[in-house]
Ligand binder design. Structure first.
Ligand code: SAH
Length: 241
């Protein structure tokens, strides 16, 4: 998925980069340019990928029905998931965390992905580079990622969905994070000056861990027990006073 791409040449070159690696489904989120002759010329033999591309106004729409979202970034970001090197990220995906429909999201040429997009990602992949200058051309980044995916798919990723993990739906994970936030507030482990920051860390952890429903239940049971314990202790101390 290409978000707010400005240069038609990059869209064409990305389509070509995908097709040579056997990837077909391109989504264009709010493109900032006309997807016309320049894009088609750069696509060369991959014009069909452009013709079949889905164009949508928001990333949320592009991600409907997707279970695993990998963002791509040249640098670590304050928000969003922890950045991992591409090969390791693709390896995790291949090992099964990406069971179900997966999407890879690329940001606009100048600014990269914004916070709203980062919040939707389960993982953030970085193409490691030689030095400090780590920003690849958008289509070049698509090529490298598509290549690594191809390698993983050809290298026996038959295992991808061998053991299907029942990852908890997003709303269960969100409820767990809120529950944690409530309990953490009561036992003073979240800085009251910056409660959102503490909560974001927990959300980040949960997105990375992708817990199963039974694991979410276990943790919520624990949190409820802590709540009960605090409640009864409070009641005892109130009795004594
Ligand atoms: N100045 C922007 C660069 C955006 S480059 C920034 O610092 O984020 C446009 C897009 O290409 C990025 O959003 C990302 O999707 C991809 N990209 C470029 N270099 C990359 C790298 N080293 N690793 C992963 N993705 C990269």
């Amino acid at each position: 998925m290409l978000v707010e791409t400005s240069h038609p040449g990059n869209i064409g070159a990305a389509a070509r980069a995908m097709k040579v690696m056997g990837l077909q489904r391109l989504a264009l989120v709010r493109p900032r340019c006309e997807v016309g002759s320049e894009a088609r010329a750069r696509a060369s033999g991959a014009v069909d990928v452009i013709d079949n591309a889905l164009t949508v106004p928001t990333l949320a729409e592009a991600l409907e029905g997707v279970h695993f979202v990998a963002g791509t970034s040249a640098r670590s970001r304050r928000l969003g998931p922890e950045v991992v090197d591409l090969r390791a990220g693709v390896g995790d995906w291949a090992a099964g965390i990406g069971a179900g429909a997966s999407a890879i999201v690329f940001g606009p040429e100048r600014t990269g992905l914004d916070n709203d997009a980062l919040d939707r990602c389960n993982a953030l992949w970085r193409i490691p580079t030689a030095g400090d200058y780590a920003s690849l051309n958008l289509a070049a980044a698509v090529q490298v990622v598509a290549y690594e995916l191809r390698q993983a798919l050809d290298g026996g990723v038959a295992g991808v969905a061998e053991e299907t993990v029942e990852v908890a739906p997003a709303e269960e994970v969100a409820a767990l994070c809120e529950h944690f936030g409530r309990v953490a507030g009561r036992v003073d482990v979240i800085n009251p000056q910056a409660p959102r920051l503490g909560l974001r860390r927990v959300q980040r952890l949960a997105r990375r861990a992708r817990p199963e429903s039974s694991e979410v239940k276990l943790l919520r049971g624990f949190l409820s027990a802590v709540e009960r314990a605090i409640g009864s202790r409070k009641a005892v101390s109130e009795d004594k006073s």
